[in-house]
Each structure stands twice: as C-alpha cells, then as structure tokens.
Design a protein. Sequence first.
Length: 85
Amino acid sequence: MDLAILGIGGYDPYVAAHATPEQAWSMAGHVDADAVLPMHHSTFRLSYEPPGEPMRRLLAAAGKDEARVVVREVGGWWKVAETMK
C-alpha cells in the first residue's frame, strides 16, 4: 500500500472506539504502507489527551522509520514521490 491514512487522536478515554498512535503505527505495518498520513489530531480537542501528544507518540512508535510519517502539521502538504519506494 502506498499510503495509510489513519486517525491517531481521540483515544483518551475512548480507546475502545479510537486507535492510539501506537495502534495506528501497527495498523500501517499490517498493510505494509510506504507512508502514513495521520488524521484526527491537533485541530481541536477530541478527548483528554494533551495537544501534540498523539503526534509525539506516533513519531516515537515509528522510531527510525519516522520519515514515513507525512503531513505532520495541519495545513501541511506532501508529494507522493518523496517517500515512495
């Protein structure tokens, strides 16, 4: 898969209905995504996690592969060729 678009926010206390950033990273691995575009974070308060926490946790989960996480800021952009194999 070229791109996985996954929600990473709204998990505290709604973890039964929303993926944590670590779960989203795992899901991207299950579909062998070349790039991950996180959504549902940093725009408005969805639940109790602190602002910025979902992205920090996603990047920590990605570790050495953090370059695969694209469009990290609201309003950002990304070109397909930048991270594709």
